[in-house]
Design a protein around this ligand. Structure first.
Ligand SMILES: [Zn+2]
Length: 304
């Protein structure tokens, strides 16, 4: 009697030439050969697997993380079981969503519908009602380098394009212009309905640490004469959240930072920290322009 080949005993990539169980083996072979494994390299004696950023993005899509939101909960939040019932209802999630605990007080919410992902992420903070109590939550886009101790510098922002020529309200030019600023996730209703031809508004995911352009240059080309017309499109950000690199949290600056206040109380702060507290208006303006340069300059000043 011929021994039946066990699918489990095969190693990945090994071809099976046994025709006795054709259908099972064909199925098995497809399953096995489809997954081309990344090579393991020994680098300084350590087994190492290498992935490109492009591949990481592809895996994120495969795992539904391109439509995932991190919900940060306050202390004393309801149990995961309760949250799984509450969140879809209270955040009005229409499609299927997967809710799991990623770290203490951090939920990972994967939305099947892109529409749900945009609407959940748009609720940058809010309260969940449970047993007559309100529980604060804040939402952030999921990022590859998620760390529960730090908040991502990725945030959602509305961008207004003032006096954009109305023909450029069409989807392709509008989203193309917005891509100079961030990843567009929504176009506001008045823009879509063409009821406010003076300003187009797009919601984007951007990095608060990036330099945010105040304008986008556009070139209009007359292909017949070769004439090039240059136009600068003004970009206005609505309520761009702050990102404070010291504590790696969104929503406040140094003078409102609990971590910094505690540090100063312990006497670890220096005179610069205290002096800069009277400087808020100036800081606000600069942070809205280029947070990274400004914060780096500040860091350097502190070191000197
Ligand atoms: Zn802080």
């Amino acid at each position: 009697m011929a021994a039946a080949a066990s699918p489990q005993s095969q190693t990945v990539g090994e071809s099976n030439l046994n025709n006795t169980h054709a259908s099972l083996m064909n199925y098995n072979r497809t399953a096995l050969t489809k997954t081309i494994l990344k090579p393991i390299q020994l680098i300084h004696g350590e087994p190492t697997v290498r992935f490109t950023f492009k591949e990481l993005d592809e895996y994120a899509v495969e795992e539904g993380l391109h439509q995932a939101v991190i919900m940060k909960l306050s202390y004393g939040a309801p149990s995961l079981q309760e949250l799984r019932k509450l969140i879809p209802k209270q955040l009005v999630i229409k499609g299927r969503c997967l809710i799991g605990s990623l770290a203490a007080r951090h939920l990972l919410i994967r939305c099947d519908l892109y529409e749900d992902f945009c609407s959940v992420l748009s609720k940058q903070f809010g309260y969940l009602q449970f047993n007559g109590e309100q529980h604060l939550f804040r939402n952030f886009p999921w990022t590859q380098n998620f760390n529960p101790k730090e908040e991502t510098s990725k945030a959602l922002a509305w961008v207004s394009l003032l006096d954009l020529p109305p023909n450029l309200f069409a989807r392709r030019p509008l989203l193309s212009i917005a891509s100079a600023i961030g990843k567009s996730i929504a176009i506001d209703k008045a823009t879509q309905d063409r009821t406010r031809p003076s300003t187009a508004r797009v919601k984007v995911i951007l990095d608060l640490m990036d330099k945010h352009p105040k304008r986008v240059r556009m070139h209009f080309l007359d292909e017949q004469s070769g004439k090039l017309v240059e136009h600068y499109q003004q970009v206005v950000f609505d309520n761009l959240p702050f990102y404070y690199t010291y504590c790696k949290h969104q929503g406040h600056e140094d003078d409102d930072c609990r971590l910094m206040i505690q540090k100063n109380k312990r006497g670890e702060g220096n005179q610069d920290d205290i002096r800069q507290q009277g400087d808020k208006t100036n800081n606000l303006e600069q942070l809205q322009g280029d947070a990274r340069d400004f914060l780096n300059a500040k860091k350097k000043k502190k070191k000197n």
